[in-house]
Design a binder for this molecule. Structure first.
Ligand code: PRX
Length: 663
């Protein structure tokens, strides 16, 4: 296999790949001693990074303060996100550099290039529009937009005036939008008429209209993208282009306190309602800037493409802030990877000479299935670095990506992180390596993690992944209007000691890769094995079982539901539901279809259950807790285990029959 160094260890072939001399030479960081150096004093490390990478209106008085579970970075410092993402580069003479190359889905529609100068003008104009609509510093603004340049403009315009943006994934339903807008108490929503998805126009405005019901949204700004017929309410709804016509291209950036709230991003937790993750300004920007620079080794001549939707944290940090803070040129593609055919992404890479490509394992799995012939049709030789994110990647998918997309020469950096961490926290750096299928790597310099057991003792052979203080600067500062939930979710397991990630992990250095220890100066080399709580990763998207159960239970036929993830070769995991019906209802194929549709409508198409089992009863403990372990084992055909703590052990036999569990 080209490029991979096969290392034979204990008679087992192990794939380990080290960066070439050329990669090392070009890389911003290529000396492994960076890890040790940074670890001696993480606060001093980040302080130096914040000073070097960003322009502050006023320096901080103190770099870090901690009283766990709370912590602050760059206290007293003043900074503005949009100023650092655009103005700074224009001032430095980079105004003509393309910031965004927008690729619409319809292949016949021309792409649009937006330079840093144009981006700055548009951001200022829209910032003035927001002001005119009455948006003030600290106000929350909902953004429900597809992948069009206006999404970047809207986001940066918010941060320019100190408004808090709350972006909602455009494929989420109106109801999902509503719940988020309601919690954030947003007063303005920015959306579009529609967008293209697999050649069809999705009417986004219709969802938006549903999404503002019973919320505090007073005004909607609508981008005309697809030209579809939409309902515009006089005095409430305004066309983006009309508001922008008279707006001035100058707006002073608001000097924000480093710890001022910059954005909210809702994510699924272990409860029925999504949680608003709070990110603040100075620390988030510092981590976004430096992780983008070092992890993607971004240089002035790179063409960078992150395929995430803007509605996820990956979209915020690595499709918007990170690359723009680094004055990079980014690709923004509106549509589906398989339209008009399954090689659309490879065509884009070839056409725009993409050099850095960052995507999710679930997408790669789809391409593996489609076959090697598709990427072969295209010249992908401009690529020099690949990344993955969002879920564990299996060996076969990793190798396919490495060989068929990376041509056996590009490192794959497997970036582990979460909505809560703001930026990636674990990976192998491109100029240092090594790169190994299924292994994420080691903590980013200046950050610490550990694998521990229930008591918090080291458990490298398998345990919970925790973050060790000092907390990285980009970490969440809390959950919006839900402080109890914040303490409980992340800090109740190891109070005042560790941040609990909700992930399981294993240190593979002694077991799989002892030979790399010395060469890479590596102490730990970590494989993330997946969530240990009731959070699912479906095609890389984060969903909570409780959120889906809630949605099921709102259907008139349903009395109770248990949703569990089932391993899936394509999507990683898929939701399967055990549903108890109200009396008078009978399970049928029709009802099953209706429920799938109901979930698609209320939560979004990504949450569609793979299968629904109609059952009479769910297995429960004496305290009334559903025993999910059993429901999972029934699906995976694993051992059912002890059922003695159930109040209704008989139910298991019935369930076995329903799911076809082997005797
Ligand atoms: O389980 C981990 C998984 O995704 C979770 C975080 O999901 P979300 O907040 O949606 O953010 C996804 C994008 C950062 C984590 O708790 N995860 C993320 N990256 C990886 C991963 N699992 C394994 N390997 C990764 N590289």
């Amino acid at each position: 296999m080209k490029g991979i160094k096969w290392v034979v260890e204990d008679s087992v072939e192990k794939e380990v790949w080290w960066p070439s001399e050329e990669l090392k030479r070009r890389a911003w960081v290529n000396d492994p001693s960076i890890y040790e150096e940074a670890d001696k004093d993480p606060v001093a490390f980040w302080e130096a990074r914040a000073r070097e990478g960003l322009e502050w209106f006023k320096s901080w008085d103190k770099a870090y303060e901690e009283d766990l579970p709370y912590y602050k970075w760059f206290i007293g410092g003043k900074i503005n996100a949009s100023y650092n993402a655009v103005d700074r580069h224009v001032k430095a003479g980079k105004g003509n550099k393309p910031a965004i190359i927008w690729v619409p889905e319809p292949p016949e529609e021309p792409s649009r290039v937006i330079t840093y100068q144009q981006l700055k003008d548009e951001v200022c104009r829209f910032a003035n529009v927001l002001k005119k609509l009455g948006v003030k510093k600290g106000d929350r603004v909902g953004i429900y937009l597809p992948l069009i340049p206006e999404v970047h403009i809207a986001i940066l315009a918010c941060t320019r005036i100190g408004a808090v943006h709350s972006v909602v994934f455009s494929a989420f339903s109106g109801e999902s939008l509503r719940v988020r807008l309601e919690d954030a108490e947003a007063k303005v929503l920015i959306t579009a008429d529609g967008y293209y998805r697999r050649g069809k126009i999705v009417n986004l405005k219709a969802n938006a209209d549903e999404g503002i019901k019973d919320t505090k949204v007073e005004k909607i700004v609508v981008v005309k993208r697809a030209g579809n017929e939409v309902n515009m309410v006089e005095g409430r709804d305004f066309w983006w282009h009309e508001l922008m016509k008279d707006a001035a291209p100058h707006c002073d950036p608001e000097p924000m306190d480093s710890e001022d709230m910059m954005f909210l991003l809702y994510t699924s937790g272990t409860t029925g309602r999504p949680k608003g993750v709070i990110h603040t300004t100075g620390g988030y920007l510092t981590q976004a800037y430096w992780t983008t620079r070092w992890v993607f080794d971004i240089h002035d001549d790179d063409i960078y493409w992150c395929t995430s939707d803007i509605g996820w944290i990956t979209g915020h940090t690595y499709l918007c802030y990170g690359p723009l803070l680094n004055c990079a040129t980014l690709i923004l593609y509106e549509g589906s990877p398989d339209y008009p055919q399954i090689d659309r992404w490879w065509e884009i890479i070839e056409k725009y000479k993409v050099t850095i490509f960052y995507t999710a394992p679930t997408a790669i799995r789809m391409f593996v299935r489609a076959g090697d012939e598709w990427p072969k049709k295209h010249d992908l030789s401009t690529l020099r670095l690949l990344g993955t994110v969002g879920e564990p990647i299996d060996r076969e998918t990793w190798l396919w990506y490495f060989n068929n997309i990376g041509g056996g020469r590009c490192p794959i950096t497997d970036t582990w992180w979460q909505t809560e961490t703001g930026g990636t926290l674990m990976m192998s750096l491109p100029g240092i390596g090594p790169f190994m299928p299924t292994v994420s790597g080691r903590p980013f310099p200046g950050t610490r993690n550990a694998i521990v057991d229930e008591e918090g003792n080291p458990s490298p052979q398998g345990g919970y992944l925790v973050l060790v203080p000092p907390m990285p600067p980009g970490m969440l500062r809390g959950l919006y209007k839900a402080d109890d939930k914040y303490r409980e979710t992340y800090w109740s397991r190891y109070p005042k000691r560790y941040y609990f990630t909700g992930d399981g992990a294993r240190d593979v250095i002694n077991e799989h890769a002892p030979h790399i220890k010395e060469k890479g100066k590596i102490k730990h080399f970590i494989r993330v094995t997946g969530r240990v709580d009731d959070v699912m990763k479906v095609a890389g998207h984060r969903l909570s079982t409780a959120e889906l159960e809630d949605a099921f239970n709102r259907h008139p036929a349903v009395t109770e539901t248990a949703v569990v993830p089932q391993p899936d070769p394509m999507k990683g995991e898929v939701p399967v539901a055990y549903v108890v019906l109200k009396s008078g209802y009978r399970g049928s194929e029709e009802l099953s279809k209706e429920l799938v549709e109901h979930i698609s409508k209320t939560v979004g198409p990504i949450a569609k259950p793979k299968q629904i089992f109609f059952v009479d009863e769910l297995p429960k403990t004496r305290s009334g807790k559903i025993m999910r372990r059993i429901l999972k084992a029934l699906l995976t055909k694993d051992k059912i285990g002890d059922t003695s703590t159930l109040v209704n052990p008989d139910v298991v036999e019935n369930l076995k029959k329903i799911v076809g569990y082997p005797d």
